[in-house]
Design a protein around this ligand. Structure first.
Ligand code: 13P
Length: 230
């Protein structure tokens, strides 16, 4: 059974009425291929750590492979810094010509640095670079852009980026933080020691509910994406 078939079963069993994508984030060359084979419905190939020519060749191969299976694919140009790589770096700015070259391969979404960083933002962060965002949008003919490092960017900056062509915002750290906070509260209140409160289904529920509530709030009041699935 493929992963896609299992996702469809869960989708039907839970009565979900909107399309759900099972997406691999920051896939390596081997990892993205394995996810495509396994039946993911969407993959990201992150070749940004290769020299540009190699990223280009590998992205081209991965786009053809994903499209031959009817999947959507995201590729990355330049690097998006942050603590995901173990080092906190300044937000990089992607080269618009490189963005155009990868966009012209027919990629579905493009992840390109516009000053964004994964993880927590340093106090002296310069903010998103809207001039670079506009330049990338113009040279790529309006290719849908992905804003990585969505946690902790001031809301008005994200909303402006959406009006300028960002169509997917990746938020991870904020979800992890609300999960940890709710789980800590549960344990500090001694609930894991009441009855069967140590059951992982109970212990992990407040954290999972906190992530759900945060996502709902963001979709409704922040991204404006609620009710727009097709
Ligand atoms: P944050 O953890 O900074 O929200 O970044 C998430 C992300 O971009 C995953 O690809």
């Amino acid at each position: 059974k493929t992963v896609a078939a299992m996702v469809k079963e869960i989708h039907d069993a839970m009565g979900i009425t909107v399309p759900v994508a099972l997406h691999l984030d920051h896939g390596s060359y081997e990892g993205a291929k394995a996810a495509i084979e396994a039946g993911f419905t969407s993959v990201m190939f992150d070749g940004s750590h290769y020299a540009f020519e190699e990223n280009l060749e590998k992205s081209k191969e991965m786009i053809a492979l994903a499209h031959s299976k009817g999947l959507s694919i995201e590729c990355e140009v330049g690097g998006i810094g942050g603590e995901e790589d173990g080092v906190i770096s300044a937000g990089e700015l992607a080269d618009p010509q490189e963005c155009k070259t990868i966009a012209d391969l027919g990629v579905d979404f493009l992840a390109a640095g516009i000053g964004n960083i994964h993880g927590k933002y340093p106090a002296n962060w310069a903010g998103l670079n809207f001039d670079r965002l506009e330049e990338i949008q113009n040279v790529t003919n309006g290719k849908p852009l992905v804003l990585h490092g969505g946690s902790g960017i001031p809301r008005e900056q994200v909303q402006k980026a959406i009006t300028l062509g960002v169509s997917k915002v990746n938020v991870n750290t904020e979800c992890q933080l609300v999960f940890a906070e709710a789980t800590r509260k549960y344990i500090e209140a001694g609930k894991d020691q009441e009855g069967k409160g140590y059951d992982p289904r109970k212990l992990l529920k407040p954290g999972a509910d906190a992530i759900t509530a945060l996502c709902k709030e963001m979709m409704e009041n922040f991204f404006g994406s609620a009710g727009k699935a097709e």
